[in-house]
Design a protein around this ligand. Structure first.
Ligand code: 13P
Length: 128
């Protein structure tokens, strides 16, 4: 089962809820993990089960990065707010970098997230 991380900055939380709701039946067949507040919102607003790490600003992005290093993740949807500076920018940069190092696909916009989820769904179909 693909393991996917879901992360969104505050401005993008409505967008990730909309994305997840649109793909709820597909995501129900995935193993999901999220940063703290994103995971809380997804759990509250959908019927999906989701593991929650710490909130991004206090280390959640770093915890997701550790999963990348340990080869536990098949993809990450990270809807970033491109217009607001984040106090934990170094953690965000580190997560992007470690995804590049390990060639773990990360989608940072709604459209690229749709492609990523479609790609993982196609892989899942090939294995059944
Ligand atoms: O800050 C984040 C990603 O950098 C997201 O963290 P939360 O999901 O806890 O809001």
């Amino acid at each position: 089962m693909p393991r996917v991380a879901l992360i969104a900055h505050d401005d993008e939380k409505p967008e990730i809820i909309d994305l997840v709701t649109d793909h709820e039946s597909l995501l129900a067949s995935f193993d999901l993990v999220a940063t703290g507040t994103t995971g809380q919102r997804i759990a509250e607003e959908t019927g999906l089960e989701i593991e929650r790490k710490k909130s991004g600003p206090v280390g959640g992005d770093t915890q997701i990065g550790a999963e990348v290093v340990e080869d536990r993740l098949d993809g990450i949807v990270f809807l970033r707010d491109p217009l607001t500076a984040q106090p934990h920018e170094p953690d965000i940069t580190a997560l992007l970098r470690i995804c590049d190092v390990h060639d773990v696909p990360m989608a940072t916009t709604r459209t690229s997230a749709e492609y990523l989820l479609d790609g993982l769904a196609a892989e899942l179909e090939e294995t059944v």
